[in-house]
Design a protein. Sequence first.
Length: 217
Amino acid sequence: MINIDNLVKILTVSTKSFERPAAEKIIEIYGKDPYLILISCILSLRTTDKISFEASRRLFAKAKDPMAMSCLSEQEIATIIFPVGFYKKKSYTIKTISSICLKLRFEKIVPTVKQLRALPGVGLKTAHLVLSYAYGIPALCVDTHVHRISNRLGLVQTKTAEQTEAQLCNVIPEKYWIQFNSLLVMWGQNVCRPQSPKCSTCPLFSMCARVSVTKHR
């Protein structure tokens, strides 16, 4: 069984020189604004960090709150955020979310997972990211990197991200929930790649079960 304290310690040291995930860079620039974190996360879905981060910066230069965003047309938003994946659909989602946020006023209250997931385009991953990054509420944010690496390591045996989130809650101590996503996102982008992971130089090699890894470097 993997020692989680040791796992987190190794990942923390090994990722110090890695570029931070887009969500963290957004916070460094704009602070822990739940609305901006939410919109940047919508932009990041099925899009690389580099493209989504640049799109977020362009969009936030035009509008940084629900009121200002609501004044932009869907076409304006789509033009600004291009070439993120599904940019036309995301422009509609951002416009709709902004109108809803004007009524709910999340800057005044802490939303629940249920309230966040009721927003268009918001799944469990996005809801947990907003709660953990904006409000500091312990939540496991499971994206494709966390899902893939957790299974490769042998921490879980799951087929979907939501199954992974449910099982990880019983494996990862709550004190690590917020940082776990960030660590595994960086690890997935730089070391434990989807295809041909860098197992030969990975400091986790001795503890990793390498489940379903058939080719590696």
